[in-house]
Ligand binder design. Structure first.
Ligand code: ASP
Length: 479
């Protein structure tokens, strides 16, 4: 008999069914076993009576530990009135077992998964992530993430966007972080870099005439462990030709309003249309370029309290950022967004003499005090792009070596274009009321970039290292 999902059992009263799942709970009372069977869709109470399943099968079942995997054949019955539990979907029915087949046993679990696992040591949760993901909250986070992806995909497709994949092995795009590097086996001494974002490729797709692109893109940044950052994360990446800043912002805004209404109807957006604030003003008024405009946030911060989650979503656009800022560590000008961002038309004449006074055609979307998306109108003129690189201190030869391909592409009819990218994990975590992005990433790394489950990063066999044409420097003492 085909396996039925537990949530569907309510339609099978007085019928024979076969169910599969994990032993969520098992207890014996008065010579009867009560076993809660769980699958992804729910939990059903099962009554196991030795008179019905036979002594042998009963004895086998008695020895089962929680989280063992079983198959149950039986019949769905209405529960007697006094045993009804209206809090759960299957609370009015139960399964009368006829036969139990043990498919696989489980050892004692390293931690309790029947309740919220947030309090459990994170190293342990990540080492046994597959168990952590069995818990209700973690499963629901993954389901919500899936629903968001599906909905956003369809929304963008309906608006004429096409989903296009871009390479992981590339030459690197500066987004202000260190890049992961991949040694080439076939080209000794040469390396690929892993993308910090698909920025250059999505711009090349506009030059290719594809007009509207999106991708749920995996991005990789080799940063020192920073609170709630991951070396590998997902962006919803978008690019469009023949658009202005206003059009990108309104597409993004409509999309956010609709997706919240559909997937998180219990949430309330505090202000529509989303308010806008100038970058300078945000710094002045809130001492931050990521202001938290929730009404409750002001009250909480006045009382020195942590904000209590109450379903409020406060979006705000931060605009009119400067194009450059002075980096004290690098002792030079750096881009506030990235070097492909266009200056505001009126500020073009400031670029050479007073570059710090030029504003960018860029926009950041902030939600409850966290940046969830950022984008800009791009430069599509080769001369202007070269000038920006020069202002950033790149030599002519460096520009050619690093970005020659892009500047050349701008010479073959590059349409004006712009885009935006969402930090998708951050967005999901806020919508799911989670404090860290690790709660909505299936297999995240620890704060110091390790994976306790498989044990990466790890050493490799000497032969594999030699094949990659690299040598490992011995660490000197004290290093
Ligand atoms: N590539 C940018 C980023 O990763 C986003 C964009 O400008 O579209 O922040």
């Amino acid at each position: 008999m085909e396996s039925l999902s537990i949530s569907k059992t309510i339609n099978f009263v007085e019928q024979k069914v076969t169910l599969h799942g994990f032993v969520h709970n098992i207890r014996e009372m008065g010579g009867i076993i009560f076993l809660d069977l769980r699958d992804r869709s729910g939990i059903i109470q099962t009554i196991i009576d030795p008179k019905i399943i036979g002594e042998k099968n009963f004895e086998e079942t008695k020895r089962l530990k929680r989280e063992s995997v079983i198959e149950i054949e039986g019949e769905i019955k209405k529960r007697p009135e006094k045993n009804k539990n209206l809090k759960i979907l299957t609370g009015e029915i139960e399964l009368q077992a006829k036969k139990i087949k043990i498919l696989n046993l489980s050892d004692d679990l390293p931690f309790e998964i029947r309740k919220d696992t947030r309090g459990v040591d994170e190293e342990l949760r990540l080492k046994y992530r597959y168990l952590d993901l069995r818990s209700e909250r973690m499963k629901n986070n993954l389901i919500k993430r899936h629903e968001l992806i599906l909905w956003l995909r369809n929304y963008l497709a309906k608006k004429g966007f096409i989903e296009i994949e871009t390479p992981l092995l590339g030459k690197g795009t500066p987004e202000g972080s260190r890049e992961f590097i991949v040694p080439s086996r076939l080209w000794p001494g040469k390396f690929y870099t892993l993308p910090q974002s698909p920025q250059q490729y999505k711009q090349l797709l506009m030059i290719a005439g594809l007009e509207k692109y999106f991708q749920f893109a995996r991005c990789l940044r080799d940063e020192d462990g920073r609170a709630d950052r991951q070396p590998e994360f997902t962006q919803l990446d978008i690019e469009m030709s023949f658009v202005n800043q206003e059009e990108i912002m309104s597409l993004t805004e409509e999309m956010m309003i609709e997706v919240v209404g559909k997937i998180f109807p219990e949430k309330k957006i505090t202000q529509i249309p989303f308010p806008r604030i100038n970058y300078e003003e945000s710094l002045r008024l809130y001492q931050s370029d990521k202001p938290d405009l929730r009404p409750c946030s002001r009250a909480s911060s006045l009382q020195g309290k942590k904000i209590k989650e109450n379903g409020e979503l406060s979006f705000v656009w931060v605009v009119n950022q400067p194009l450059f800022e002075y980096s004290e560590t690098e002792k030079k000008l750096v881009s506030v967004h990235h070097p492909f961002t266009a200056p505001q038309e009126d500020d073009l004449n400031k670029l050479e003499k007073e570059p710090l006074k030029a504003s960018a055609q860029m926009y950041d979307l902030v939600l409850n005090g966290e940046e969830i998306a950022g984008g800009s109108i791009r430069i599509h003129n080769p001369k202007l792009q070269q000038l920006i690189f020069k202002i950033l201190g790149l030599k002519e030869s460096e520009i050619k070596e690093k970005f020659g391909h892009l500047i050349e592409a701008f010479k073959f009819g590059a349409p004006p274009h712009g885009g935006i990218a969402f930090g998708f994990d951050r967005l999901v975590s806020i919508l799911c009321n989670e404090e860290t992005i690790r709660e909505v990433i299936t297999f995240p790394k620890t704060g110091d970039s390790r994976d306790p489950l498989a044990g990466s990063p790890s050493e490799l066999p000497k032969t594999q290292i030699a094949e990659a044409n690299i040598e490992i420097k011995k660490k000197k003492k004290g290093e």
